[in-house]
Ligand binder design. Structure first.
Ligand code: GDP
Ligand code: K
Ligand code: MG
Length: 299
């Protein structure tokens, strides 16, 4: 890659209340699905780094779990601490809101933003019907802009990849002059092992009911690549209680089969390789309140 001089490189945190589309945006910014998404809050449990590189700049995005304000337990406290940590020391912040919907939860996140870091307001989901009235959208933007001294505003649709290039163009001047910190073909600092685990978690979030996904965790027991490039991956789903096991497995094993088939297809796309995937269910109680276990998970 031929780089232009001066080159810019820096860190950008993507923040906002749950479900505004932070992870979907991150995936479109870097052009690969590395951060998992779903309709449920708290899908994103780990801080994920996604790297965008072009001849003029390298943008290192940090996707964060949404702030949890309602329900306190060891896991939520840890998630919030991680968001605060992810925001300190970045060069810029992308504050994401959903078009036509600004709530007390958005305001709570705004209050946590560090002083002296430039914050770009990003209005997502402009594809939605209610955002199609231009005048109403303009009024909404003015209303949110009055809440905080944003350095600028951009409207996007993360899901449809609309105006993502505009967002990147707005962010570049906010970064310091620096040589790139990562190789130009690197899209994330996470390992394939970690990404495999996240993909299985995403399917659990998508295919299980409202409550259960929060009581689950996922562990990679084996990850091997043979000399022909075949990825052999063994993953355990940890449930809190014995009676949760059949819910994950489903009638005649159907649910687990669907989860593992979709996970395998996503992995083949992301790793650009053939994947053999085995997923099974194990019982491990009380993990969500066990600080030592959270440490083991690297949370
Ligand atoms: P996060 O919790 O902020 O990371 O949000 P996610 O990225 O997980 O997205 C939450 C939900 O919003 C998912 O169902 C996404 O498909 C949906 N979503 C994200 N971006 C858009 C968008 O631009 N338009 C629409 N209509 N839906 C979106
Ligand atoms: K979500
Ligand atoms: Mg997310």
């Amino acid at each position: 890659m031929i780089m232009t001089i001066p080159y810019r490189c820096g860190f950008i945190a993507i923040v906002g209340r749950p479900n505004v589309g932070k992870s979907t945006l991150m995936n479109h910014l870097i052009g690969q699905k590395i951060s998992i998404t779903s309709k449920k809050a708290q899908t994103t449990r780990h801080k994920i780094t996604g790297i965008f590189t072009d001849p003029a700049a390298q943008l290192v995005f940090v996707d964060t779990p949404g702030f949890q304000t309602d329900h306190r337990n060891a896991l939520n406290d840890r998630l919030n601490l991680n968001v605060t940590e992810a925001m300190s020391g970045v060069d810029a912040i992308v504050f994401v809101v959903e078009a036509m919907r600004f709530t007390e939860a958005d305001r709570t996140v705004l209050r946590q933003l560090p002083a002296h870091t430039p914050v770009l307001l990003t209005v997502n989901k402009i594809d939605k019907e209610k955002a199609k009235n231009k005048l109403a959208l303009q009024e909404f933007i003015e209303q949110v802009s009055a809440e905080f001294p944003f350095v600028g505003v951009q409207t996007v649709s993360a899901k449809h990849g609309l105006r993502i290039a505009n967002l990147i163009a707005d962010l570049k001047p906010l970064l310091p002059e620096s040589v790139p910190l990562y190789p130009d073909d690197m899209v994330t600092d996470k390992s394939s092992r970690f990404l495999a685990m996240e993909i299985v978690r995403e399917k659990l979030f998508r295919y299980l009911g409202e409550e259960l996904p929060y009581a689950l965790n996922v562990e990679v027991e084996q990850f091997k690549i043979d000399d022909k490039g075949l990825h052999e991956i063994y993953i355990a789903v940890l449930v809190d209680k014995e009676n949760q096991k059949p819910i994950v497995i489903g009638k005649g094993g159907e649910k687990l089969k669907k989860i593992s088939t979709e996970a395998r297809m996503d992995m083949e796309k992301l790793f650009d390789a053939k994947v053999f995937l085995k997923v099974w269910v194990k019982v491990k109680s009380g993990w969500a309140d066990d600080i030592r276990f959270l440490n083991e998970l690297g949370l």
